[in-house]
Design a protein around this ligand. Sequence first.
Ligand code: HPA
Length: 238
Amino acid sequence: MSTTHIDAGPGDFAETVLLPGDPLRARHIAENLLDRSQQVAGLRNMLGFTGEYRGQRVSVMGSGMGIPSACIYATELLEKFGVRRLVRVGTCGAVRDDIRLGDLILAQGACTDSGVNRQRFGGMDFAAIASWALLSRVAEQAGRQALPVRVGNVFSSDLFYAVDPKLAQRLVQMGILGIDMEAAGLYGVAAACGAEALTVLTVSDHLPRGEALPPAQRATGVDAMIRLVLDALTSASG
Ligand code: HPA
C-alpha cells in the first residue's frame, strides 16, 4: 500500500513519528538513537525508518522544507498509515534579544504568513496549537533533566529569504520565540485529522545578530533535543 509520496506498507510506521526536515537527519536518528531500526520509506529520498526507543516502537521520517512539503507527509502518515502523533524536531531562527543560539523552544502555538490554515478553515483565522498532552510531556521531561526550554508562539514563514523589512520587528513585538517553516502547517493537518502534533526547535540562527550555530554544535544540540523528545515520549510518567 504505497501512497502518492510514501512507499511503505500497512503497519510499517509506529503510532508516533518524529519529523526532522532533513531525511539524512532521519537516518542519523534511526542509526544512532533507535534500536533495531529499519528503513520503511524512501520515495524521492524522503527516508523513513521504524525502530525502538527504550523498548517502544517509534518512527522517524524526513518532512522536507516548508509547509507544503511537511503537509504532504503529515497528511499521508495520519490518513493512510495509522499514525496518531507527529513531533517535528527542527531548527529555527530567532529575533528576540533574550534568545540565544542553542536554546530549546516548544512551539505552543504557530503563527504564519501561509494561507493553508485559512484554506482549511473557510477563510477564518485558525489558532494553530500544539497538543497539550505532547507539549506537557516534553516540558515535564525537560524539567526532570533540568534542561531550560522556552514555551510559546513561533512563526512559520513561507519565505526563508523574507522580503518584508519590518517582519523581524513585528515578530519581536508579538513575542514570537522563533521562525521555522513548518509548525503552523503541521498543527493544521493534525487538527484536521484529529491527531496530536508538537514542534520542538533548536535555535540555529539569530537573525538581527547575524549569528549561526557552527555545524558541530548544531548537530550536538539537535541530538540533545531529539533525545529529550524520545525520553519524554517513552517515559512511564505522563
Ligand atoms: N527562518 C526560517 N526557518 C529557519 C530559520 C530561519 O531563519 N533558521 C532555521 N530554520
